[in-house]
Design a protein around this ligand. Structure first.
Ligand code: E4P
Length: 218
């Protein structure tokens, strides 16, 4: 399973990439707006792409198909790692098809149902991003939607990769892994929590204490 970092913060991305923890990055307009207060978004995206050896999703902000395609083309010219993110609207799906016909990779975002995911696959999406946490927030089961997408994609042999998004805690990540999502995008704090286990900490402490008591050198 590929692990992406869900942030536009170049420092977080650098640190995770240097530790070889991530296979790519996803951004969205909200995440980019947080860090692009004094810098050009394009410059930040370029910095991110230079740090990561994998796909970096960058989202269009237009709502109309032709403008989305134009923005998508411009985003894709920033760096070969860029994957253009379009929303799951009728215009977004049309833009997806046009961009894919131009060999530009597309992540269809803001997916909340298996039926939407099928439409994205039929539009040639490279990735589909179901928003698990936001489905939970709305009182439904995000993981049920993820399972349905996995089942339907397997049944019809769609090649679109399932990118579990809006993951809020390690349990979400574990469930997405078990369901068979192809990728999961994690906010930095969830990635840090994923690494931690109390038994790892106490086990390490015990090993080091025993070693010190024995007074040995390696
Ligand atoms: C995914 O690509 C989105 O950037 C992200 O996962 C949305 O997460 P949120 O619902 O926590 O904002």
């Amino acid at each position: 399973m590929k692990i992406f970092l869900d942030t536009a913060d170049p420092d977080e991305i650098r640190s995770a990439a240097e530790a070889n923890l991530i296979d790519g990055v996803t951004t969205n307009p909200s995440l980019l707006a947080k860090v692009a207060t004094h810098r050009e978004p394009r410059e930040i995206l370029l910095e991110i792409c230079d740090q990561v050896d994998g796909p970096v999703s960058a989202e269009v902000v237009a709502e109309d198909c032709e403008e989305m395609v134009e923005e998508g083309r411009r985003l894709s010219e920033i760096h070969p790692h860029i994957v253009v993110k379009v929303p799951l609207s009728q215009d977004g799906l049309r833009a997806c098809r046009t961009l894919r016909n131009n060999r530009i990779r597309v992540n269809v975002t803001l997916c909340f149902s298996a039926a939407q995911a099928v439409l994205a696959a039929k539009a040639g999406a490279t990735y589909i991003s179901p928003f698990i946490g936001r489905i939970d927030d709305a009182g439904h089961e995000g993981m049920d939607v993820l399972s349905e997408i996995r089942r339907v994609y397997d049944t019809y042999h769609y090649e679109t990769e399932i990118l579990a998004a809006s993951l809020r805690h390690p349990k979400h990540v574990r469930e997405a892994m078990l369901i068979g999502a192809d990728c999961a995008t994690l906010p930095p704090d969830v990635l840090h929590k994923l690494m931690k286990h109390p038994l790892t900490d106490s086990g390490l402490r015990a090993f080091l204490d025993d070693w010190e008591r024995a007074g040995r050198q390696l």
